[in-house]
Design a protein around this ligand. Structure first.
Ligand SMILES: [Zn+2]
Length: 331
């Protein structure tokens, strides 16, 4: 049996639409798949590439049995080019993009399409983006370049304007819960809770389980609650978080603040979805002006961005500063 990438059900309609464009000879030569992280964009791109390369696709899916499908299952199809930085989080080098030239402008070895998957497209710097631009302007025949990103704002306008955009959304909640339960050994309640922590993104939720992030998450929620209840000071909590992943923590903290702010703005119904912190967030929402919460959320967001841009902050100082403002929310 083959080892092809499975197309997630929530992307089936999109892929079928693309397959139809392909059958009608109207498939663009560059597609930009964008949307939040952890919703399966990479699998979408791979499943579509496998379908394009397959000799007898069925209903927008690769057959799994032909020669190209066998090559794809083995990860060795010569007409599929996966382009990514050497290490996650690093920039894509201009030489890596130039290496594409030969691939794109030669004849497909299996006589069909040539497909490039660039993931993440936001890893390009100006030089590598300019190198790619030339290929986007004059692509070879029967060539498809798939660009993937969860940070579309970081792409050059010239790149964006040469691709057809496909906005990817997370699946409906019931679909995501079902998928997560199949992929893990979680029961429904737990799957739902972890999905909410990960903003509805199923692959992100699975990575959360597989990487054992529960402990870090629990430390975050406990620390925040301790500060509000004055069981520990902001400085003590900041110190106890010394070993935690700062980027991760700030990302969670940001979405907790957004949930609290939504709770403060909406007076009706329960809008707070992250149930591991619901009581705390409800208390903050009830007692605090939403403007103050949004202000802190903005600050957390900015600090996180700075870390992602590899500016090296004094971790301790940064956490203390943010947690003092958190403590001040209820004063
Ligand atoms: Zn096939």
């Amino acid at each position: 049996m083959s080892n092809l990438v499975t197309l997630h059900p929530w992307f089936e309609a999109r892929v079928q639409h693309l397959a139809k464009l392909h059958n009608d000879g109207r498939l663009p030569h560059a597609l930009l798949l964008h949307g939040m992280p952890g919703i399966g964009k990479a699998d979408f791109a791979k499943a579509f590439a496998q379908m394009l390369l397959c000799q007898q696709p069925i209903d927008g899916k690769a057959c799994g049995h032909c020669k190209p499908c066998e090559l794809n299952a083995a990860g060795s199809h010569p007409d599929l080019f996966l382009l990514a930085p050497d290490e996650p989080g690093k920039q894509l080098k201009v030489d890596q993009v130039r290496a594409l030239n030969e691939f794109i402008y030669s004849t497909a070895q299996q006589g069909g399409y040539r497909v490039v998957i660039l993931n993440p497209a936001d890893s390009m710097n100006t030089a590598s983006a300019n190198a790619l631009l030339k290929m986007l302007e004059e692509p070879g025949a029967d060539t498809l370049i798939l660009l993937l990103t969860s940070k579309i704002g970081q792409l050059l306008p010239t790149i964006k304007s040469r691709c057809q955009h496909i906005e990817c959304h997370p699946p409906a909640e019931h679909e995501a819960i079902q998928w997560l339960m199949n992929a893990s050994d979680l029961d429904e309640d737990r799957a739902k809770s972890i999905l909410h922590i990960n903003l509805g993104a199923p692959m992100e939720a699975l990575a959360y389980i597989e990487n054992g992030l529960n402990d870090q998450r629990a430390q975050l929620v406990r620390g925040l609650a301790d500060i509000l209840k004055q069981r520990r000071t902001a400085l003590e909590v900041a110190q106890s978080w010394n070993k935690l992943d700062l980027e991760l923590i700030l990302g969670w903290f940001y979405s907790l603040l957004i949930d609290a702010a939504r709770g403060a703005v909406c007076e009706t119904g329960d809008v707070i979805r992250q149930d591991d912190a619901r009581n705390m967030l409800n208390a903050v929402a009830k007692k605090t002006n939403p403007v103050k919460i949004f202000k802190l959320a903005d600050k957390v967001h900015e600090e996180r961005k700075a870390i992602l841009l590899r500016q090296n902050p004094n971790k301790q100082l940064l956490l203390e500063c943010i947690l003092l403002e958190w403590a001040a929310l209820l004063n």
